[in-house]
Ligand binder design. Sequence first.
Ligand code: 3PY
Ligand code: MG
Length: 254
Amino acid sequence: SSPTLLDRLNSGSPALAAWCGLPDPSVPALLARESFDTIVLDMQHSPIDFSTAVRAIPLIAAASKPAIVRIPVGEFATASRLLDAGASGVIAPMVNTVEDARLFAGFMKYPPLGQRSWGPHGALSVTGLEPADYFRSGNRLTVALAMVETREALAIIDDILAVPGIDGIFIGPADLSLGLSQGRELNPTSSAVEDALDHAVARTRAAGKVAGVFAASGERAAQLYGRGFHLISVASDAGMLRFGAQAALKTTRA
Ligand code: 3PY
Ligand code: MG
């Protein structure tokens, strides 16, 4: 059987993700053909809605890449629906309590681990598995990443990591900078955030789970590359479009 997203995350070198927010499935379909390891669809801060995400997932899978979706805050039931559509992973933003983490894991994992309800219509075609085989392997095929991006979450990171069914964390350095500075600054590369990143990676590795982090550019992703993360975003779709446009114009005018 082909390697799972979790296998890829644990393979040694960090998985590099394109971060998509433009609300048309053709964008992740196009980026999935580049050498990204995975594609993230962001439903928290972008206009990507459920039907766009569901149409994008098989297009990403057609390029043999796992799709990861970030759900809106607290919409844990949507996590199950995205897994049913064939997503390989879900990132839940603002998981600030153990209760949040338990709820999230419950919607991500089949019994006895969680309470995910049966109905993986798109996941069967994406994985090519028969229902019984998908049920048997489903909890290993799907990766639950709880975002640690507040002071509260950072303080209970070990407890979040200990929740059965939580496969790892994903750090949001922008929100974390707001929290750690008590709202004084938006600075995803502040020294307080940098220290928190190293601490979070160490705790996550000690728990035997995976750590992801958001980077807004290749330059930032390169700084984070050797620091123990299993998953790093490299750039957003809109950012790549803008930088590509600027580069073409600059080259032409030079
Ligand atoms: C953050 O940096 O807070 C994020 O959620 C990344 O998108
Ligand atoms: Mg955030």
